[in-house]
Design a protein around this ligand. Sequence first.
Ligand code: SAH
Length: 257
Amino acid sequence: MSNENKTIHEFDFNLICEYFSNVERQGPGSPEATLKALSFIDNLADNSRIADLGCGTGGQTMILAENAPGQITGLDLFPEFINIFSRNTKQSDLSDRVKGVVGSMDDLPFGKESLDLIWSEGAIANIGFKKGLNYWNGFLKKDGYVALTYESWFTDDRPAEIEKFWLDAVPEMNTISHNISVLQKAGYRLVAAFTLPETCWTEHYFSPCSKIQDEFLKKHTGSKTAEELIAGQRHEKVLYDKYKEFYGYVFYIGKKI
Ligand code: SAH
């Protein structure tokens, strides 16, 4: 199948990867939100083992590493993201405590009950919220923590346009109360849940992305796939502006029972 015939879901991963390699974060979030979530975690020491799953190029991993003790492994499916991740750790002198590995969140290279903390921002939807929480539980020590952000509905009902958009992307997307009950059923005690402020989307995600879009289109002049990718990105921002009171990312922090 030629590129021209691909749907938005079948995009050339290399192109997506190249696009997102140009920004510090590959999803909504902020250093402040990462630090707020970290403030609920009280079990860390120099010998702690931490995993950051779906770490991307490591924006939030570096914040974690600068503010928490222990050994941190960032894991992502895309080798190019891990290359950038490793370059960043070297530059910031964190390479003795932080390493990046290529792998999948649903096939983890860690020992059973070996981790003190599993971190994951904007990534669990790729394997499923319920599936991920249940599977990851086995890798945590007793009393270990999970801290993750996940797309969530803020209301029980919402306009059809935005519901369709998100259910296409995240079929399991649900309300905060439902998600908390999924977390509890997966063997965690709820420690905290808080909504990411709008600036995590606007200032820290859409705005840096907007800045690189024209350049990206110029570089890929004539590529329909690139045009569709950017059109999709811009559409997501338009929808966010229109419907932001109905959904967002929520940080869920749980402690393994
Ligand atoms: N945590 C980063 C990146 C979020 S984007 C941030 O908040 O900025 C989601 C990330 O999940 C991408 O880097 C993508 O490559 C990664 N990903 C998608 N499916 C994955 C899987 N099955 N295993 C590991 N990583 C995956």
